[in-house]
Ligand binder design. Structure first.
Ligand SMILES: [Zn+2]
Length: 104
């Protein structure tokens, strides 16, 4: 992936500051789920990126995981331990908004 797709610019209207992608396998807590990618079905290594929203006392940190096989992104709200699968609309100028069905 020479030109990685940018992550959503905002989350429910709150701008996100994403750190650079980390492609090295890291030990994090809780450990990443070994689930296959919901897009391509493969258990491929995931790149991760950490995102923060301000003010941080109102908004928990976000963690993005990108499938290195197909590029599918999942974002986890580390406070709520909720994970969303992103779809193309999430990469628009308005960022990502929760929609019915739990999918963004
Ligand atoms: Zn995939």
């Amino acid at each position: 992936m020479s030109d990685p797709r940018p992550l959503p610019v905002a989350w429910d209207g709150v701008p996100i500051a994403w750190e650079d992608w980390d492609y090295t396998p890291i030990i994090i807590c809780p450990p990443p789920r070994p689930d296959p990618c919901p897009e391509c079905g493969r258990i491929a290594p995931k790149a991760t990126a950490h995102g923060t929203r301000k003010p941080t006392q109102w908004h928990g940190p976000l963690s993005a995981a990108r499938c290195t096989n197909c590029g599918h992104d999942q974002v986890t709200d580390l406070n709520g331990d909720t994970t969303w699968d992103l779809d193309p609309l999430d990469y628009g100028p308005d960022g990502s908004w929760a929609v019915n069905g739990g999918r963004r």
